[in-house]
Design a protein around this ligand. Structure first.
Ligand code: NAD
Length: 406
């Protein structure tokens, strides 16, 4: 099943519970606009290479499109459509006034020099400039992109349309209109949610976590968890993983990742990306890519809670198995929504000439996460369903009630 196919199955389940017709659902699934571009970029050796890219705007009933830009060799239209779809539902669950969008370029950014990466980022932004904008569609970082890439893209947008438009992109450096608290926002939102659930379920104070994926989302999650006294017993990235049942030294691990660019080589037992998912931990945090927990390994998951910092890590078949096993899945459209929520705060500050403090950002993020969680948990209990379906039901109601008249 394709990633977009998974998104379709998830939504259909929620739509069935709400009694939404097939036709209405079909219209809600397909994007409003797809922009496909070919970025012709001069390499350092003088050769010109072409990189394929996409910007998909899924739904703007509730506000401008919003969603990250991914640089990864496995990017394709199916994946970008799915990711754009999930952004619509995520913004609606969080009740931030955005619709859903996503972008991606088929490239392995690790294989480019810094100057090549900059030229690619700026070429891509120039090509999508006509379809993005502070009140139209607002990109942000995702896998393989970061604040520096956002800064390059902001410059490219400003030079393409003229003037200064900080609100066209979020996740920017502070000096260019970024918001304090955006760097760790995805992990922090998930962490606030986890704290609530851990309290509700009376988890031990030193609960154990395994984290698959050690980039922006995974690294900040490890830090927040360790600072709270939780035990991070395993982490992995594309280079492989390490584990230590007594808990890894997260500060040293972060320093190792910073200096070597990889998790592999850190002291501890070696563990594969598949094995990490099956560890007997309280909380499993997928923070890498889609389709990691599938019908093939769902029965072997031993965690009590799966906190989805990644988008789409669990397939619909796996969802059913985990629900039957009593594993609590905190779904991506809620668990990783801290990122888009603080992106909204950043955009709001840009559009209104404001600068918030870190305390203000954290306080407002906590409030948004708890409000959204409450609504999702209530819905799930009321209709006796899993949290993903409940979150999609909340989102669908909101998106449909904001349907444009013309
Ligand atoms: P990133 O590029 O900073 O990090 C990705 C990490 O995943 C890297 O450590 C990489 O080595 C690792 N990885 C790749 N393939 C892997 C595999 N097969 N097994 C284990 N690790 C693997 O990206 P990120 O921003 O941290 O995003 C991670 C996930 O979180 C994605 O699904 C993304 O869509 C989602 N997300 C990110 C944000 C954000 O604000 N950055 C917001 C919401 C959701």
């Amino acid at each position: 099943m394709s990633t977009f196919g998974n998104a379709q199955v998830q939504l259909k389940k929620a739509a069935d519970k709400l009694g939404i017709s097939k036709q209405t659902l079909g219209a809600l699934l397909e994007p409003e606009h797809i922009e496909k571009v070919f970025c012709k970029v001069e390499m350092d050796d003088g050769e010109t290479k072409t990189f394929e890219g996409y910007r998909v705007r899924h739904n703007t009933n509730r506000g401008p499109g919003k969603g990250g830009i991914r640089f990864h060799p496995q990017v394709d239209l199916d994946e970008v459509k799915a990711l754009a779809n999930w952004m619509t539902w995520k913004c609606a669950v969080m009740d931030v006034p955005f619709g859903g969008a996503k972008g991606g370029v088929v490239v392995d950014p690790k294989k480019l020099s810094k100057e090549e990466l900059k030229r690619l980022s700026q070429t891509f932004m120039k090509l999508i400039a006509p379809v993005v904008g502070p009140e139209k569609d607002i990109p942000a970082p995702d896998v393989g992109t970061n604040a520096e890439v956002m800064e390059w893209m902001l410059d490219a947008y400003n030079s393409a349309v003229g003037g200064q438009h900080p609100g066209v992109i979020t996740g920017k450096p502070l000096i260019r209109g970024g918001s304090v608290g955006r760097d760790d926002a995805t992990a922090r939102g998930g962490f606030y949610l986890l704290q609530k659930v851990a309290q509700d379920l009376e988890f031990p104070k030193h609960l154990t976590l395994a984290i698959q994926g050690f980039g922006n989302a995974g690294q900040f999650m490890a830090k927040l968890a360790a600072d709270a006294g939780y035990r991070v017993v395993a982490v992995s990235d594309s280079s492989g993983g390490v584990s230590n049942p007594n808990g890894l030294d997260v500060a040293k691990l972060l320093a190792h990742k910073m200096s070597t660019g990889r998790v592999a080589g850190f002291q501890g037992q070696t563990i594969s990306n598949e094995e990490i998912l099956e560890l007997p931990v309280d909380v499993l945090v997928p923070a890498a890519l889609e389709n990691q927990i599938t019908k093939n390994n769902a029965r072997k998951i031993k965690a009590k809670v799966v906190l989805e910092l990644a988008n789409g890590p669990t397939t619909p078949e796996a969802d059913d198995i985990l629900f039957q096993k009593g594993v609590i899945v905190l779904p991506d459209i809620l668990a990783n929504a801290g990122g888009v929520t603080v992106s909204y705060f950043e955009w709001f500050q840009n559009q209104n000439g404001q600068k918030w403090t870190l305390d203000q950002v954290h306080e407002k993020l906590l409030e948004k996460m708890l409000q959204a969680a409450q609504k999702v948990f209530e819905t799930a209990h009321k209709v006796n369903t899993d949290f993903r379906t409940a979150a999609l039901m909340v989102a669908l109601r909101r998106v449909m009630s904001a349907q444009k008249v013309a």
